[in-house]
Ligand binder design. Structure first.
Ligand SMILES: O=C(O)C1=C[C@@H](OP(=O)(O)O)[C@@H](O)[C@H](O)C1
Ligand SMILES: C=C(OP(=O)(O)O)C(=O)O
Length: 476
């Protein structure tokens, strides 16, 4: 849970959302350095990964768009999901945490179906909160103000807000145009939640900067009187699996969402959404990347249990990517549990030109592995990572260069040219308040002694106990 959050005896979630400070950018100071452990031999570990951030925060949104309570099992409990629950609580939703198991949360939508306005929503640095919750403000009874971490002010927001304006909302920017903080005033309501036979609302946005702009609008499309027809006008379309995940999840809640990816048009019919009474969240497969990738860097074997046979998560592409880098990958089943098992012998193949448009969020973890490869890699299709938690392309180049490696930014990605590991040296590595830059540095530290990481706690964005999991993986 967040630093200021607590569950009382009846499990009701109190979330002083606006005071959340965990994971905020912290100053570099020597009290805040974590010595990243090196691997002193091949690994042999099984690592259980908490619930998927992307699925957890989609299910939370879809649960509140229904009419009946929904119990989410295996929900991620990390900064990004606390921020989401805090946002929903502010809007009048109940989140009851099971006192026996804090990853089981029951979400009860407001009885009226209308969200409380005249409230503030604190987004932290969470893309899924800042891009998914504004859509709910369309159905609030008064304006909703959104704010976030200072670093969040740099993240692009405008396309999703342009979309909401096309749907009748008014958006007032309090800082830079197109960025946090802002206030959304919902359109005047006259029972728009019913299907009044009107045509689908047509919205056009440029979603080249983030797939979350499209997802944020598709999530609420079912509630519009005639549904939604959403057109993406831009050139690039990053993270398509995340958009497919949204379509699948809307349909899993009884919606009618379809995609014409070639024409870049998505349609969502008007529908009363209702997730099943109980929904089980898959482990976060992108968060498995540092751990499974560790087997390639250090050698040995790492297993992740509960690996789904089929998934909408882009992390489902990870085993294939690791195989291309030289890993042996298998999916053994033991006592009904399916594992992803990755083994490495310390040798990593470079990938040459490598299109990562589909799964940009795992770029930092792959970069850490590829810094130890036998040949260069150009990870392409990820220019939009400049608008992630930090400018990840710049951050990766800075950190690889800092330890004596070679990398450079490309217009649409990053080129990593490995150097012999003896030339790499441990340094204080920045994490930029970015969970994936912190785990990137920890991966480097497996093979480069003396790495110390600034503010490793920033991993709480999506992993409540990264340090415990990492040191557990290295225990023999
Ligand atoms: O919808 C989602 O859950 C996400 C979409 C992706 O965003 P971008 O399309 O901005 O990369 C991904 O990187 C992010 O971690 C999660
Ligand atoms: C880009 C990411 O996060 P967000 O959901 O904040 O966009 C990420 O987790 O890599």
């Amino acid at each position: 849970m967040g630093a200021n959050d607590s569950a009382d005896a009846d499990g009701k979630c109190h979330n002083s959302n606006e005071d959340d400070t965990i994971g905020r950018m912290s100053e570099t100071n020597n009290d805040n350095l974590w010595p990243a452990p090196t691997a002193d031999g091949p690994l042999n570990a099984t690592v259980t990964i908490p619930g998927s951030k992307s699925l957890s925060n989609r299910y939370l949104i879809l649960a509140v768009l229904g009419a009946k309570p929904v119990t989410l099992v295996g929900l991620l409990r990390s900064r990004d999901t606390e921020l989401m629950m805090g946002a929903l609580s502010a809007l009048g939703v109940r989140c009851d945490i099971d006192p026996e198991n804090d990853t089981t949360v029951t979400v009860t939508p407001p009885e009226s179906g209308r969200f409380s306005g005249n409230v503030g929503v604190y987004c932290g640095l969470a893309g899924t909160v800042m891009r998914f919750v504004p859509g709910l403000a369309l159905f609030a009874d008064a304006p909703v103000r959104f704010d976030g971490d200072d670093q969040a002010y740099a993240r692009p927001m405008q396309p999703v807000l342009d979309g909401l304006e096309q749907l009748g909302a008014r958006v007032e920017y309090h800082g830079e145009h197109g960025r946090l903080p802002f206030t959304i005033t919902p359109p005047r309501h006259d029972g728009e939640q019913a299907d009044d036979g009107s045509a689908a609302a047509k919205v056009s946005i440029d979603s080249s900067g983030s797939s979350q702009f499209i997802s944020g609008l598709l999530l609420i499309g079912s509630r519009l009187p005639g549904g939604l027809e959403l057109r993406h006008t831009g050139e690039k379309m990053p993270s398509l699996p995340h958009i497919r995940m949204t379509v699948a999840d809307v349909n899993g809640a009884g919606g009618n969402a379809t995609a014409d990816e070639e024409s870049r048009v998505w349609r969502v019919g008007h529908a009363a959404l209702q997730l099943p009474e109980r929904v089980v969240v898959e482990p976060d497969l992108s968060n498995a990347a540092p751990f499974l990738g560790a087997a390639l860097i250090a050698g040995g074997t790492v297993r992740v249990p509960h690996w789904p046979v089929e998934t909408t998560q882009p992390g489902g592409l990870l085993p294939g990517y690791l195989e291309r880098m030289g890993a042996r990958v298998s999916f053994p089943e033991e006592d009904g549990v399916r594992y992803c098992e990755v083994s490495g012998d310390g040798h990593v193949h470079g990938l040459g030109d490598f299109d990562l448009t589909a799964a940009g969020e795992i770029a930092p973890s792959l970069a850490a592995i590829l810094a130890f490869a036998d040949a260069p890699t150009r990870m392409l299709g990820i220019g939009h990572l400049r608008g992630h938690e930090t400018n990840r392309l710049e951050a990766l180049v800075t950190e690889i260069t800092r330890i004596g490696g070679e990398a450079r930014e490309l217009e649409d990605g990053i080129e990593i040219t490995p150097v012999p590991v003896e030339r790499l040296h441990g340094e204080v590595m920045e994490s930029y308040a970015d969970h994936r830059m912190a785990t990137f540095a920890a991966m480097i530290g497996l093979a480069v002694p003396g790495v110390r990481i600034v503010n490793v706690e920033t991993t709480r964005k999506t992993l409540p106990d990264f340090v415990g999991m990492w040191t557990g993986m290295l225990e023999r």
